[in-house]
Design a binder for this molecule. Structure first.
Ligand SMILES: [Zn+2]
Length: 220
């Protein structure tokens, strides 16, 4: 019965999930909660999250060998209510399996976010020309920051680098990024350029030698 506030606080995550296997520790946590307002506040904060984690189907939880990239974590944290900051403290305290469960909970929440009907309108490019052996289709998204070209292509030589340019009404070519050809597989690339849809006239994809392999006039 000599565990410190810090040690008992560490156990709050597992306690909230009903996963404290040690009855003595469980009792100590409960006793400590009666006298420690800080731990009670912490428990209140993590309780809703623990409830969400309990809904994660354990059979669906796969071991995750790597942590999610920091960038993804950032995006999730921006997209979600404040509570997510608590996940990061809860997961390590609750152990390895729950780190996996926490990752699954992240994904679940993300899917819910994606279900919102906020998808961009994709404008089809009616006619995409390509060199022999290459087939391609494209869609456009008119962003406030520029034009996005969603390109799907098959037949581009594997390992070669291709560059997309969007050509404006005034003849200026705007870099829309690079990608690499993949053998026998359809590639799907979202390319972005800093020219607005209303100012864009055509796009082209060139190989390392500068030869056009895919090109299309853009609908206006
Ligand atoms: Zn405490």
């Amino acid at each position: 019965m000599t565990r410190s506030h810090d040690e008992l606080r560490e156990a709050l995550g597992a306690h909230a999930l009903g996963q404290l296997d040690d009855p003595a520790l469980q009792r100590e946590v409960e006793d400590h909660l009666l006298t420690c307002a800080e731990c009670r506040a912490e428990l209140d904060e993590i309780a809703p999250l623990a409830a969400a984690l309990r809904q994660v189907d354990a059979d669906q939880v796969r071991p995750v060998g790597i942590a999610p990239p920091a960038e993804l974590d950032d995006r999730i944290r921006r997209a979600l209510p404040r509570r997510v900051s608590t996940v990061r403290r809860l997961a390590p305290a609750a152990g390895g399996v729950l780190a996996g469960a926490a990752a699954a909970a992240f994904v679940t929440v993300l899917v819910v976010q994606d279900d919102r009907p906020v998808g961009p309108t994709v404008i089809a490019v009616p006619e995409v020309e390509s060199v022999r052996g290459v087939t391609a289709t494209a869609g456009l998204v008119d962003h406030t920051w520029g034009l996005e070209v969603k390109l799907e292509a098959t037949g581009l030589p594997a390992g070669e680098t291709f560059e997309m340019w969007v050509v404006g009404n005034d003849g200026t070519a705007y870099d829309a990024g690079e990608f690499i050809g993949v053998k026998d597989k359809k590639i799907v690339c979202d390319m972005s350029s800093s020219v607005l849809f209303k100012d864009a006239e055509r796009f082209k994809v060139v190989d390392a030698q500068g030869t056009e392999v895919i090109a299309a006039d853009l609908p206006s």
